[in-house]
Design a protein around this ligand. Sequence first.
Ligand code: SF4
Ligand code: SF4
Length: 78
Amino acid sequence: MAKTKRSFDIEISETRCRSCAVCWEVCAPKVLSWKPPLNKAIVKDLAACTGCRLCEWLCPDWAIVVRPVVLESSEALT
Ligand code: SF4
Ligand code: SF4
C-alpha cells in the first residue's frame, strides 16, 4: 500500500489581484488573508490548506494557482 503525504503550494499574483475578497471568504480553513493598505490577498496559514482549489476556481482575476507538493511517499510491499 502506498502512503503519500501531501502539502500545497499557493501562488498569488499581486499584479492580478484586485482585492475582491472572494478567496479569503470562500476558504473555510482561513488559509488566506489580505495585506493593507491595498488589501491584496496573501497566504496566512499554508499548513491549513486542504488543496480544495476553491480560491483558484473562484478568483475572478486568475490570480491564484494551487499546486500539490509531495512531501514524502512510501511504497510498502504487501
Ligand atoms: S479572489 Fe483573486 S482578485 Fe479577489 S482578493 Fe483573492 S486573489 Fe485577489
Ligand atoms: S485551496 Fe482551498 S483550503 Fe487551500 S487556500 Fe484555497 S480555498 Fe483555502
